[in-house]
Ligand binder design. Structure first.
Ligand SMILES: Nc1nc2c(c(=O)[nH]1)N[C@H]1C(S)=C(S)[C@@H](COP(=O)(O)OP(=O)(O)OC[C@H]3O[C@@H](n4cnc5c(=O)[nH]c(N)nc54)[C@H](O)[C@@H]3O)O[C@H]1N2
Ligand SMILES: Nc1nc2c(c(=O)[nH]1)N[C@H]1C(S)=C(S)[C@@H](COP(=O)(O)OP(=O)(O)OC[C@H]3O[C@@H](n4cnc5c(=O)[nH]c(N)nc54)[C@H](O)[C@@H]3O)O[C@H]1N2
Ligand SMILES: [Mo]
Length: 759
């Protein structure tokens, strides 16, 4: 083989994930962001009974009272928020918004915490400090002059239940159900698909289930980076010899080998544990075909042996089996192999292992949901579990890996553009105003309305709306068409700089910080991926005395916008127990809310499928019919087409870039790369390190990302390529979505890769 040329910053990573590298990276994060004396104490308070919930991911902790659970990326999330760097009003005097727009996403957030409320001043093109009261009054004035359907209320899933509940109350009393939220770009297919299948839009397993499961199937998620505390759970399962079958076009190191930093023996001996028992490099977008193949094989085995399906479960608890089975019969192995990139023998082997397991958990993430048939994909996973009765028994169930640490809680307390009639009725009965009934905008619809110019104002409870959404070429200028944008945030990001006619930046306390209101120190609540609700209380001195809490900022805006409001905004904020009382009265499952969050570990919201109760319209668990094997037959195809997945590096939290390495994938100090299979490169006459342009195959427009370095990556399936989010969002057309859920198909964009023109 020819000697491969050296490409700067690209070095294969041979070690296991975790281990000493993770400890080193944590020390580095502390050194760059925090006062190193305070840091260890801060980190020790993460996920402790009287401490704060980790703002990293939504993976649960054992009863939330375990000893400190080490996690490199949790430490990065905490130190990033608890940084000693500040962006004060003086900073803006010498930095115009146009000049700040030239900085990278990494540089913007790395400047530190925002300290004062700010208003954009067009004459000088700068932000300047503004009084809180003045800001609220003006926001209220603008909102009162608009029609509520022209205003959108965005939530990023880090907000607490209390803040999110007030936010939805504010928008609904104002008069709209326009609730774009980060979940619309993330697990909406779970929220839309699972209720059709099992009656609720949430996972059904608990951490204890992992102790007794006999098989784990992990599809389309990368826990070594995104849910690192889950690695402890997988590590334990692997050591119990539980087979872990992975489906992922990329071979992710943490799913192959992991050294648990909590395991002293493994650390001392530089040992590691094999995680995946088998790793299938399915094609991007090929999971539906793979799942159908496994189920087709299972049905064939059952026809042969008769003891494979859980016939009692299917008969007593499900509907739709015959139509489902008929569709599998009509799907050919040839189509399955072609669409999945896997062989019939591979899939039969999975079916065989699945048939042997008495308790199976399927875990899944964005590799399943961010596709144009994301919802249908999720339903296929439920179908697979139905076939062997893997709901409502120990060690079994479905486990969507949620994104933001409280995205699930936000949904539970009413952040949804499609509220149920019963929730609206409760609001009306308890609060005494009539909330709007018409369904509102989700994230993509909001952006479309902004592009069309029909949306006039955007109020953001956290997040980085324009950057997280697809189609940056249309999304960025659309922000400027608004009359008003308001961002409640902790650090500066690009969406804050894409100013509207009027823009306010309202800096808030982070989760790590002490929140004192009229009645004393407050705690908030969050819900993790396994429906456990528990309290979180910040302890650090706030980054600035001017900061206000999210609930207080939302209440301040609401109070100034709605002069005849039925909601006692300022009373609610004086004591968050009162907000929780309202949640208890309007949202099912929160009986005795204030008492129950005072017990360490909190409580679990009801999950009827765990008792084999199915709150679907038929009262049964419902099989689905996918139809065919392709996710978007009419869009894709043709010569030379590759499927682009947009993925997260190890050093990033969504649009927040902590640093420029992606250690486990062997990328250091850069993000401008395209991961490609060597044969796909050769077929295009490309070599490792060549500059390429990536072009989306879309009619009528040219979407291109130029001068990206193609790297020959042995660990990617042929036909699939990968680039980093958010940079690659210029390649995602705004209307390239899963029609059922509205979620952008961020993980299978049809692209062509061409050598860049030399200029
Ligand atoms: N440190 C850190 N933690 C995070 C986040 C973060 O950015 N950084 N983000 C948070 C959020 S909001 C979320 S939603 C989660 C995201 O957590 P994940 O769901 O793990 O998200 P991604 O990194 O986008 O990638 C998912 C994986 O899917 C694979 N994949 C892509 N396409 C396909 C496909 O078609 N089929 C299959 N089988 N696999 C595919 C990719 O190779 C990758 O390994 O993590 C949360 N936690
Ligand atoms: N191409 C592509 N695009 C994607 C994805 C993908 O995989 N590929 N993933 C999608 C997914 S899963 C998601 S969830 C979205 C994420 O979309 P968002 O949730 O909108 O984005 P984040 O990057 O998490 O938001 C970061 C900002 O939140 C603010 N912030 C941080 N902490 C706090 C806090 O405590 N309070 C408040 N008020 N603000 C705070 C800071 O100002 C920071 O700049 O992106 C989506 N976009
Ligand atoms: Mo997410």
């Amino acid at each position: 083989m020819a000697i491969r040329r050296e490409v700067p910053g690209i070095r294969p990573y041979d070690g296991p994930a975790g281990g000493w590298g993770a400890l080193r990276a944590t020390t580095q994060a502390i050194r760059l962001q925090m006062d190193s004396v305070k840091a260890p104490i801060t980190l020790m308070r993460t996920n402790q009974p009287d401490g704060f919930d980790c703002p990293g991911c939504a993976w649960p902790d054992k009863e939330h009272k375990s000893t400190f659970q080490f996690c490199e990326n949790g430490a990065k999330a905490v130190t990033w928020e608890a940084t000693s760097k500040r962006v004060r009003p003086e900073f803006f005097e010498s930095n115009t918004v146009s000049s700040l727009l030239q900085r990278s996403d990494f540089e913007l957030e790395d400047m530190g915490r925002l300290t004062h409320p700010l208003v954009y001043d067009r004459a000088t093109d700068t932000y300047r400090a503004v009084d809180w009261g003045v800001a609220f009054a003006r926001i209220g004035e603008v909102l009162r002059g608009l029609s509520p359907d022209q205003v959108d209320f965005y939530t990023s899933g880090r907000a607490s239940n209390e803040a999110a509940y007030l936010f939805q109350l504010f928008a609904r009393e104002y008069g709209t159900n326009n609730f774009p939220d980060c979940s619309n770009m993330c697990h909406e297919p779970t929220s839309v698909g699972l209720p059709q299948s099992i009656g609720i839009g949430k996972g059904t397993v608990s951490l204890e289930d992992f102790d007794s499961c006999e098989l784990i199937i992990a599809i389309g998620h990368n826990p070594g980076t995104n849910h690192p505390r889950m690695m402890g759970t997988l590590h334990e399962a692997a050591r119990r010899n539980v087979p872990i079958i992975v489906f992922n076009p990329l071979r992710e190191r943490a799913l192959e080998r992991f050294a648990d930093p909590q395991n002293w023996l493994e650390m001392a001996t530089y040992g590691s544990t094999r995680i995946a028992s088998t790793y299938y490099q399915v094609d991007a977008g090929g999971d539906a075909a793979a799942l159908k193949g496994i189920m087709k094989a299972l049905l064939a085995m059952d026809a042969d042996r008769g003891d494979v399906l859980d016939r009692d479960f299917i008969a007593a608890h499900t509907e739709g089996f015959n139509a489902f089975a008929a569709d599998l019969a009509a799907t050919t192995w040839e189509d399955i192999e072609k669409a999945s990139g896997l062989t019939r023998a591979d899939l039969e082997q999975v079916a065989d292992l699945y048939a042997k397991s008495n308790a199976t958990i399927v875990t899944y993430g964005m590799g399943v949901t961010q596709h144009s048939k994301g919802t249908a994909n999720v339903r296929l996973i439920a179908d697979l579990l139905f076939l062997r009765g893997n709901f409502g028994k120990p060690g079994a169930g479905i486990c969507p890996l949620r994104g933001h640490s409280n995205v699930q809680g936000n949904r539970t307390v009413g952040i949804t553009e499609k509220p149920t009639d019963s929730f609206l009725k409760q609001i009306e009965d308890v609060l005494g105003f009539k909330p709007p009934q018409t369904h509102g905008h989700d994230a993509v619809k909001t952006m479309q309305a902004m592009i069309d110019g029909t949306a006039k104002a955007l109020i953001c409870l956290g997040g980085n709306f324009a950057v997280a959404l697809p189609d940056s070429e249309q999304a960025f200028p659309a922000m400027a068409k608004l009359d008003l944008s308001v961002h409640i945030g902790t650090k500066l990001n690009r969406s804050h700089l894409l100013v509207a006619k009027e823009t306010y930046l309202l800096p808030c306390l982070g989760r790590t910080e002490l929140d004192v209101q009229a009645s004393g120190p407050q705690s908030v609540t969050v819900e993790d991926s396994m429906s456990m609700v528990h309290a979180s209380a910040g302890k650090l001195t706030p980054a600035s005395e001017e900061l206000r809490s999210e609930p207080s900022i939302v209440a301040g805006m609401a109070n100034a916008t709605l002069p005849n409001s039925k909601v006692p905004w300022l009373d609610l904020v004086a004591d968050y127990d009162k907000i929780r009382d309202l949640i208890e009265k309007t949202v099912p499952g929160f009986e005795n809310f204030n008492a129950r969050i005072r017990t360490p570990g909190g409580f679990r919201l009801p999950l009827p499928p765990t008792e084999r109760k199915w709150p679907t319209p038929t009262g049964k668990a419902m099989f689905s019919v996918y139809g065919g094997v392709k996710e978007d037959a009419d869009v894709l195809g043709g010569e030379n087409v590759l499927r682009l997945m947009t993925i997260r590096s190890h050093d990033q939290y969504n649009t927040t870039i902590y640093a420029l390495d992606d250690r486990y994938r062997g990328v250091f100090g850069r993000r401008d790369v395209l991961f490609m299979h060597e044969d796909d490169m050769a077929a295009r006459g490309l070599e490792h390190g060549d500059l390429v342009d990536i072009e989306t195959i879309v009619t009528g427009r040219q979407l291109r990302l130029k001068k990206i370095t193609a790297i020959a990556y042995a660990n990617i399936a042929r036909g699939s390529v990968a680039a980093y989010y958010p940079e690659a969002n210029v390649l995602v057309p705004i209307d390239f979505i899963d029609k059922e859920s509205g979620t952008p198909s961020y993980k299978s964009i049809p692209v062509r890769v061409l050598r860049s023109e030399v200029t």
